[in-house]
Design a binder for this molecule. Sequence first.
Ligand SMILES: Nc1ncnc2c1ncn2[C@@H]1O[C@H](COP(=O)(O)OP(=O)(O)O)[C@@H](O)[C@H]1O
Ligand SMILES: [Mg+2]
Length: 352
Amino acid sequence: MPHIVMESIIKSYGDVRVLDGCSLSVEKGQVMTLLGPSGCGKTTLLRTLAGFVEPDAGRVLVGGIDITALPPNRRSVGYVFQNYALFPHLTVAENVAYGLKVRRRPGPEIKDRVARALDIVSLGPLGDRYPAQLSGGQQQRVAIARVLVLEPDVLLLDEPFNALDAKLRLSMQTELRKLIERLGITSIFVTHDQSEAMMLSDQVAVMRAGTFEQVAPPLAIYDRPANPFVATFIGRANILPVGLRAGAVVDFPAVVAERPDGPADLIVRPENLTLAAGRIDPGTGQSGPPGTVLFAIAQGPTIEYEVDAGFPEPLRVTVNRRSGEVPLAAGSPVSIGVIDPAACRVIERGTP
Ligand SMILES: Nc1ncnc2c1ncn2[C@@H]1O[C@H](COP(=O)(O)OP(=O)(O)O)[C@@H](O)[C@H]1O
Ligand SMILES: [Mg+2]
């Protein structure tokens, strides 16, 4: 039995359906990430789980118990808000103690639990400071401690790193991942940043317009995206309109597709393509169409090419760069190849 189950959640505001039948389950101790563009319903779904939003239809279960009708304060769900919402006039320790005071816990217990929560987020010595005297990363940790001190069964985090600069983000992401693993607390995490989702999650739910496009472990989504939207939202991808004939892709005969002849979309990652100078077989045995270099940029370990290969959009090809190698000039004729045909996806035309 999964720890968290959301069943066919529907929510509309006016005549706009914001959640359109979302179903999700999360195993105990796992991190699920909701990933999707702004406005797709991530926060609304998280707030439904916390009890701040009442769904029009569907059920929410935690630990097998239906909590759909329970108010937020009767749910054992901790919610770390997008802007940390710390009380500026209270010290760090008082901020963390706040929820326990509201619950009228005895003084010595509060002191103990606050000290432990601050230790967990490595803020032990800073209990007497005020939020304004802390860095962004430290304020973030106070916000997390304030939730952990209540010992929730479930931890919800809504874009918790948005306010942090890139470097701090990276270290906080790693810290948070370690913390969640150590505590074994079932967590749902919201982001619109795909690399953050890849790094933090056991499972990723890719959302678009109130529904899930794919729910799977992050690498499975990267390797086997369900459709072009998912493929371009997680990592970079070429989405090529191709024809199928006799069980193979016309332009890339090495890519087989057990489908009837007709139009399809081929999804191929830039690093799964090769490129060789001249109109020759690139030597992989997986020859593809001839092309012409439009643009090339060397990035140290790789070269990023844009190639005109007769498709509506330039083909993006990432090749590993050998020491001393300079990119082929624009206008150079090249041959395109596929490294691993099995890693390509062929999707019938008409799928979103
Ligand atoms: N209380 C509300 N009243 C009306 N519309 C809302 C409300 N909350 C969210 N929405 C709308 O629902 C959609 C999804 O919002 P949200 O869940 O915040 O998306 P996300 O977190 O993915 O950016 C948006 O179009 C937003 O404007
Ligand atoms: Mg949001």
